[in-house]
Design a protein around this ligand. Sequence first.
Ligand code: CTP
Ligand code: CA
Length: 229
Amino acid sequence: ARPDALPRDLEGVHVAVSAGGTREPLDPVRFLGNRSSGRQGYALARVAAQRGARVTLVAAHTADLVAPAGVDVVRVGSALELRAAMHEVAATSDVIVMAAAVADFRPVTAVEHKIKKTERDPEPVALTRNPDILAELVAARRSGQVIVGFAAETGDDGTDVLEYGRAKLKRKGCDWLVVNAVGDGRAFEVEDNAGWLLSADGAETPIPHGSKARLASTLWDTVAPALGL
Ligand code: CTP
Ligand code: CA
């Protein structure tokens, strides 16, 4: 849709969106990372701004994306940096969308100097859990604040994507969870997305196969009326 054809239903709303994928440093030149491009988070931020929101986009490793017009971008690297930035912006935001792919684990120590190869095999890399930022934001939620999570699921032999999504929504305690089916070239590093928008009240909206901008519009169509404006 043309920006001037969009509803202005997010005027007066401060939206915080995280986007991209965190990188967990091993040494000054190496990291553990993931395949998130940041495109879905950028689309959510762009559409929110077009609908009148004040938007803060917390972006992890999205250097090849163009910042959406009128959006404040805060750049972060690791999960711990993303966490600090999200807690800061959460203090003033009405809606939080956690679209970033946050590393579940980080190396216990990021060594100060570049790791050098020797004649022997390397030591295994010891990992530790990162904090669950979404769960922390839910625990610190301000009154009336709406929190949306994302889940990329492949499903497996025993459990399908939607079942994993429902369980994750309960576990995280957020208001909505966007569940994307991934694997086989779906969702990561591509323009399109498809899945479900699950609400804490039990409503389940299928998200048809379409662009990430389209998914963003579906999300804001659902969330805006719940903001009690
Ligand atoms: N998330 C987060 N902090 C983390 C991990 C995830 O805030 N340390 C957020 C993501 O931004 C996303 C949601 O939680 O909005 C779900 O992420 P996901 O990786 O699907 O969930 P996990 O709880 O990490 O479960 P899994 O074992 O399936 O990875
Ligand atoms: Ca995870």
